[in-house]
Design a protein. Structure first.
Lengths: 208, 205
């Protein structure tokens, strides 16, 4: 926003959130929802959008209140703020997209306990200005989202032969569907493979 | 010193009050819509078993009010009846029970004889996507159309895919054994309860 000086920081925040300090494969946070909602791509998209919005707005709010919040009760305040945004998302889905709300079931409410949000609020927003905090929250959400989408696409494709509900030509005819990919263990395997791939790409990038 | 130790309490109190009042407001604002959504989902499920669930929410609601007579208050009979004039065209039996993860709730439709199934629909379930949740797919639900459930000896059965079927049997979903076993029990319990209620009523003076 402000000229000079600030732009490399913004760039660093963005890259950290998306890659160098990615919440999933670097910090290994937010794994619970990674495992729970990735068997259908559509569910994952909605989950990721909700999480990104909640993280960004919570970080913004925590940062705005950082000078007034007493240190000894900051965790309570953060949880309150996160819960506030999550309930808004939940109400919105219930009112305007009831089918999706039914699909995601309790998982929207469980965003409150997603470690990524708490981690960003505590680790970044609590000691930084509002706008960088908003960017940080947003890009950490995106970092989480692209890994989750990768997992969801491979699980839905290998497990059901579809992506976003559309059948993929070769997979519907010749592919013997792997039932385990749809079940929770499938998420563990896919997540492990994703982390492996991402971590083996990283060193090359650092040299470059 | 005392003031300082009270500040966090006051701060927490104020901030909770502010956020909660916003949420209470939003909740009140959306409550009507949320309840309407749930009602429409149910009405759509009832109409679906008679093949009448075309159109948007308002059309569904209008048709439901016009064609379906709900169970009388205080009676044991839980069925919704499809009327055309004064004649009964179909009977919708709501069922519910524990699925694999959470309750499954739905409607089983019968012709006026109370034996021939016209259709099945679900308005609440949280089965595993791709496995148990396949009960929502047309290929599974269409199997029920025209099946007959006679008095005692032939309850609804879900048989392994590929097996030959009797008039009371449909193919289960491979990989969703738990969902199918539970659904079979839920359906038969609902039918049994309904029949025992209506025979009680018939026997009573």
């Amino acid at each position: 926003m402000t000229p000079q000086g600030d732009s490399p920081t913004t760039r660093k925040i963005v890259l950290d959130g998306l890659w160098h300090n990615n919440p999933i494969f670097r910090q290994i946070l937010g794994i619970c929802s990674t495992l729970a909602v990735t068997n259908l791509v559509l569910n994952t998209v909605v989950m990721c959008t909700s999480l990104t919005l909640v993280t960004a707005l919570s970080c913004l709010t925590v940062s705005l209140l950082r000078h007034w919040t007493p240190r000894n009760i900051r965790m309570m305040v953060q949880t309150l703020i996160i819960a506030f945004y999550v309930i808004i998302v939940d109400l919105f889905l219930k009112a305007y997209w009831p089918e999706m709300s039914r699909n995601l079931g309790p998982f929207v409410g469980l965003i409150i306990t997603n470690c990524i949000i708490m981690g960003r609020c505590e680790g970044f927003a609590g000691s930084n200005k509002p706008i960088p905090s908003l960017i940080d929250g947003f890009f950490n959400g995106l970092g989480y989202s692209f890994i989750l989408l990768g997992i969801a696409c491979s699980r839905e494709l290998l497990g059901m032969g579809t992506v976003l509900g559309f059948s993929i030509p070769w997979f519907t005819e010749h592919w013997d569907k792997w039932v385990i990919m749809v079940m929770p263990p499938g998420a563990f395997f896919t997540l492990a493979v994703m982390i492996w791939i991402c971590r083996s790409i990283k060193p090359k990038e650092e040299k470059a | 010193m005392k003031e300082k130790s009270l500040f966090p309490v006051g701060y927490m109190f104020v901030i909770t009050a502010v956020f909660s009042s916003v949420l209470i407001g939003l909740n009140a604002f959306t409550r009507g819509r949320v309840e309407a959504n749930q009602r429409i989902a149910f009405e759509r499920a009832v109409l679906e078993v008679f093949g009448l669930a075309q159109g948007g929410p308002s059309q569904i609601h209008e048709r439901f009010v016009e064609r379906i007579s709900p169970p009388k208050k205080g009676s044991y009979d839980r069925t919704y009846v499809l009327k055309e004039g004064d004649t009964t065209k179909g009977i919708a039996l709501p069922f519910e029970g524990q699925g694999f993860w959470a309750p499954i709730r739905g409607i089983l439709g019968f012709q006026p004889d109370g034996k021939t199934i016209t259709g099945i629909s679900f308005y609440e379930q949280s089965e595993t996507p791709g496995l148990g949740a396949e009960i929502l797919k047309p290929y599974f639900r269409e199997q029920f159309e025209g099946k007959t459930v006679s008095e005692m000896d032939k309850p609804v059965r879900l048989r392994p895919a590929g097996s030959s079927l009797d008039s009371n049997e449909v193919h289960a979903i491979t990989g969703a054994t738990q969902t199918c076993t539970r659904l079979e029990r839920i359906l038969n319990d609902a039918i049994k309860e309904w029949r025992s209620d209506s025979s009680d009523k018939g026997a009573a003076p």
